[in-house]
Design a protein around this ligand. Structure first.
Ligand SMILES: C[S@@+](CC[C@H](N)C(=O)[O-])C[C@H]1O[C@@H](n2cnc3c(N)ncnc32)[C@H](O)[C@@H]1O
Length: 313
């Protein structure tokens, strides 16, 4: 994926893996043989979301909305992605529904008030984060105490990597805690490092599911998908004992816990540049009364990537 410098963010803002205009959903999911991965992720999400209810769920890095229909227990879902084109794909896929709100913004600078969301998810996104701790801290900031966080991350400590390392066919160790950047802005993380970052960000890990035990091209060719999916569904349950898969799902809770808030019929925005809240919302734009930035609301997408009006000097 091409790399773009984030627009209108502090100079120390980490780089972003830019999916603008990418044909990710079609090429990666629909034209490639990934039915197995999609189905086992659906099972993991269903398990981790069982019994979870709330008003507002934030999907960070929602992409084309592949997982969005899986968030049944939440009245409103905010799809946030850095790529406008991915959000447009999501709009087409999900159709007209007041249940969904689309926001183009950077996961490192979420444009929402502190403690607003009851839940957040981040699936197949952390692996693009050069500074995962900052992204996790932002997720924690917008969650209320007791809020649910479901994180999927790409693990470096999986069986294939271990075997390759032992056979001398891979230089990096799957056992060491530092991330491995196998392509520009594509990282695999050590499960223990991710748990440490989650704790430091203010989360308590409740449950882990290991996912995609059988992600091997030859195996997927010879064994029917439904068999691999059934086996993976069983093996996922070992996630709290050991994690040796390329994908790990973690269910975490924002601490300290607080009583659920009263109903919030509207989304509470916060200026991603100066941090002011609340912002003033108009039909076609949203403005920050503090710094003067104005962002467009275009074709149903709140666009916080680039202000259409720069701040007062
Ligand atoms: C691999 S796709 C996953 C999409 C979706 N979560 C799924 O599982 O199908 C990664 C997504 O993360 C988004 N993304 C990457 N870095 C981001 C950032 N800093 N802020 C917001 N979105 C980001 C990309 O635009 C892309 O849509």
């Amino acid at each position: 994926m091409p790399q773009a410098p984030p627009v209108d963010h502090p100079p120390d803002s980490p780089p972003v893996c830019d999916y603008e205009g990418a044909d990710y959903q079609t090429r990666f999911w629909e034209q490639s043989d990934r039915a197995y991965e999609d189905q086992v992720e659906a099972i993991a999400l269903q398990r981790l979301l069982r019994g979870e209810r709330g008003q507002w769920l934030l999907e960070i890095g929602a992409g084309a909305g592949r997982n969005t229909p899986r968030y049944h227990g939440f009245a409103r879902v905010v799809l946030l992605d850095y790529s406008r084109s991915m959000l447009r794909e999501a709009q087409t896929r999900l159709g007209q529904s007041s249940r969904y709100i689309y926001v183009a913004a950077n996961a490192y600078h979420l444009p929402f008030a502190d403690g607003f969301f009851d839940a957040a998810t981040m699936i197949r996104v952390l692996h693009h984060m050069a500074e995962p701790q900052r992204a996790l801290a932002e997720a924690r900031r917008v969650l209320r105490g007791g809020g649910l966080f479901i994180l999927e991350f790409a693990s470096k400590r999986h069986l294939k990597a271990i075997l390759r390392y032992w056979l001398g066919r891979q230089s990096w160790s799957p056992f060491s805690l530092e991330p491995v950047e196998f392509l520009p802005l594509n990282f695999d993380f050590h499960p223990r490092a991710v748990e440490t970052w989650l704790r430091e960000a203010g989360f308590r890990v409740e449950r882990r599911l290991t996912v995609s035990h059988f992600r091997l091209a030859w195996l997927k060719r010879v064994v029917p998908t439904r068999v691999l999916v059934a086996l993976d569904a069983l093996a996922q349950l070992t996630g709290d004992w050991w994690q040796l898969t390329p994908s790990v799902f973690v269910k975490a809770r924002a601490v300290p816990e607080e009583p659920p808030p009263s109903p919030r019929p509207r989304l509470h925005f916060r200026c991603p540049a100066c941090g002011h809240t609340p912002l003033a919302e108009h039909e076609d734009r949203i403005t920050c009364p503090s710094c003067g930035r104005i962002w467009a609301i275009r074709d149903g997408i709140y666009d916080f990537k680039t202000p259409i009006h720069e701040p007062r000097r």
